[in-house]
Design a protein around this ligand. Structure first.
Ligand SMILES: *[C@@H]1O[C@H](CO)[C@@H](O)[C@H](O)[C@H]1NC(C)=O
Ligand SMILES: *[C@@H]1O[C@H](CO)[C@@H](O)[C@H](O)[C@H]1NC(C)=O
Length: 354
């Protein structure tokens, strides 16, 4: 009844004043539609999301990220708003994906952050998420079965270790039925072979507001079998005593250059435990006069290497581009200058990582 009255009024407005566009009217109508409609499918999704937050995500701050669909489409915007309203006991911040990816992450930010991402295609998570391997990522997507499968094969998904995907497409899209479709929950098994492949695995299903397999841990421990001999490309430059070349004349007759140093040995120890091997390359030279360390960062960013070492200092700019290992050495640098008092006493704490 209310709907009818406003509609009639709006139609009259359109005739009287060409300023009101038809689009606005359509938006208005569908908004009213939403308000008046029972939305069992949103309730189902909402209870799932809250269950996962309470069980797995509420130990840390949560960054909630949404894409264009959840920003512009009235129905999905409503879905997001209803979700947000139900999060009353958690610490969270909401970002549009573009806003998030252009955000500068800084070293001093809390390292304990979990993520909830609402999106059409999980591919958008190619943006770098999380700065510790402990971060948990929960993606709610309406993408098709194929999109989800493709995503699990992609590099983007392999960058996220603690990954959980809820396939909410059929629940949210087939709205005419009386019954809400089940929501399937997936993760991946990583490094199943030496090539570093991942496979998608189904964990459980959210059916009638319950998990079909409630005993399953939705964030299982990954990499229990290590990396199965995977060969990582390591970008390095000499910085003794952390990284340097040694000429080894004892093992072989010819002079072969071997890499050595604290960081190389540390990495070799880790490689032995986690079952991976290393292929060490000199950091790629560049035309621009970058600092040597930046050559390593660029090798990582451009995927020329998967690991980088050589006593890198952790700075805000670098921190937002790559993941750092825990700090292994601290250095109290003093900047000395002639003539200027501004810098002479400025001591800066520098963290070395590899
Ligand atoms: C049309 O709308 C604009 C702002 O949206 C307003 O400034 C303008 O006065 C309106 N024109 C008429 C004829 O109402
Ligand atoms: C490392 O992984 C390979 C491939 O799965 C396996 O054959 C090998 O036994 C593993 N080595 C150790 C020490 O676990």
């Amino acid at each position: 009844m209310i709907l009818f009255v406003i509609l009639a009024y709006s139609t009259k407005l359109i005739h009287g004043n060409q300023n009101i566009s038809y689009n606005n009217l359509a938006n208005l109508v569908s908004q009213l539609n939403l308000i008046n409609k029972e939305k069992p499918e949103i309730k189902v999704l909402n209870s799932l999301v809250n269950e996962i937050i309470n069980k797995y995500l509420n130990n840390c701050h949560i960054n909630i990220i949404y894409d264009d669909l959840f920003d512009t489409d009235l129905y999905y915007k409503d879905v997001l708003q209803i979700m947000l309203k139900s999060f009353d006991s958690i610490s969270y911040k909401v970002f549009h994906i573009y806003e998030y990816s252009s955000k500068n992450t800084i070293v001093s930010e809390p390292s304990c952050v979990n993520y909830i991402i609402f999106c059409q295609d999980p591919e958008i998570t190619a943006t770098k998420f999380g700065h510790t391997v402990d971060s948990r990522v929960f993606i709610v997507t309406i993408g098709s079965k194929w999109q989800i499968q493709e995503f699990f094969k992609s590099q983007a998904s392999q960058n996220i270790m603690n990954l959980l995907i809820a396939s909410a497409g059929s629940a949210l899209q087939e709205k005419n039925k009386n019954e809400v479709a089940d929501i399937k929950l997936y993760t991946h098994e990583m490094y199943i072979d030496g090539l570093g492949s991942s496979v998608q695995i189904i964990l459980t299903t959210w059916k009638l507001n319950k998990f079909t397999r409630p005993e399953v841990n939705l964030y299982p421990v990954k990499l229990v079998n290590g990396f199965r001999g995977h060969r990582f490309i390591l970008s390095a430059i000499e910085k003794p005593p952390l990284v340097f070349r040694s000429i080894d004349k004892i093992l072989t007759q010819e002079q072969s250059t071997l890499w050595d140093g604290i960081e190389i040995r540390l990495l070799q120890l880790i490689a032995g435990i986690l079952n991976f091997t290393l292929e060490i390359h000199d950091a790629t030279l560049s035309k621009s006069r970058d600092e040597a360390d930046d050559r390593i960062i660029r090798d990582l960013v451009t995927s020329k290497a998967e690991l980088g070492i050589s006593g890198l200092y952790m700075t805000n700019a670098r921190y937002s581009m790559v993941d750092f290992s825990p700090v292994i050495m601290q250095d109290c640098g003093t900047f000395m200058s002639l003539g200027s008092f501004a810098l002479s006493k400025n001591k800066k704490q520098l963290n070395i990582t590899f």
